[in-house]
Design a protein around this ligand. Structure first.
Ligand code: PGA
Length: 268
């Protein structure tokens, strides 16, 4: 794991945007894995700004989102499709036909949809860079604690903690879904690079478990300890429970020199 600690959340977003930009510049037809939630909004803002000011083009980019609520219409403002349209897709030159979410609308079979999503990712040659947030309970995507570390895209029941963490986003008269389709942990592990963003003190405990706890289905993000190219971008608050911060900072300084000499990615 490459752990990078920034002073604030804005710097985390700027750094994440740089990784995405490098990938887009480097690969002729990059495949990006995307996440929803509060944390990546600032990343998407950066990308939209760079599209507008520096003409960062998304024309050849294909995207796969981590998750989508079960039985929610894509036009529903609470759908993750709507979130992505609002925060990124509507503001850049991406071909919306190349943007995919693991949707399962009413009448569709979640098992069939899950398999089809896996197949689609394969057809596109796999995910080059997967953006991730982390839940306060250590989830990645909607892989809640106890999710199999070998899981693939499927339907999951959300935990009470996730439902209550996300309830702030629903108005009192809106029905909050309790199930979601999500990429599995093995799906995420197949991405060539993963870039996890975590900001705020409410993530500090999950971040500590992910980095220094044992690999366990009780903290799904801990599976990233087994990933060859996992980059963890933290602000000070999210890193506050890590005891080895000076080592991570020193290693980051060394890595910056490597990046200057050899670029961000190994295998492109
Ligand atoms: P958040 O969600 O970015 O809204 O904190 C992260 C997650 O639940 O994965």
């Amino acid at each position: 794991m490459q752990i990078i600690i920034y002073t604030n959340a804005q710097q985390v977003a700027e750094s994440a945007a740089l990784w995405v930009k490098e990938l887009i510049k480097k690969k002729p037809a990059p495949v990006l894995g995307l996440a929803t939630g509060n944390t990546p909004i600032s990343l998407y803002k950066q990308l939209v700004e760079q599209h507008k000011s520096n003409s960062l083009s998304f024309k050849n980019v294909t995207t796969f989102n981590l998750d989508e609520y079960h039985h929610i219409d894509s036009t529903n403002p609470q759908s993750y499709r709507s979130f992505m349209n609002k925060n990124l897709f509507n503001h850049v030159d991406i071909d919306v036909n190349n943007t995919f979410l693991p949707s399962c609308a009413a009448g569709e079979n979640p098992r069939v949809q899950g398999l089809a999503y896996e197949e689609k990712i394969k057809q596109q040659g796999g995910i080059d860079l997967q953006i991730l947030g982390i839940g306060a309970n250590g989830h990645i995507g909607f892989n809640e604690p106890t999710s199999s570390l070998s899981s693939r895209t499927r339907i999951k029941t959300l935990t009470q903690q996730t439902i209550s963490d996300n309830s702030r986003l629903f108005k009192p008269d809106e029905k909050q879904p309790t199930m979601a389709m999500t990429m599995g942990i093995a799906t995420i592990m197949d991405a060539r690079y993963v870039l996890l963003m975590a900001t705020g003190a409410n993530k500090a405990n999950a971040v500590k478990e992910m980095i220094t706890g044992g690999v366990s289905a009780m903290c799904p993000a801990s599976a990233l300890q087994m990933h060859e190219n996992a980059i963890i971008l933290l602000d000070k608050a999210a890193a506050s429970e890590l005891s080895d911060q000076s080592y991570y900072q020193w290693a980051d300084n060394e890595n910056r020199k490597l990046i200057e000499d050899y670029g961000y990615f190994h295998n492109y």
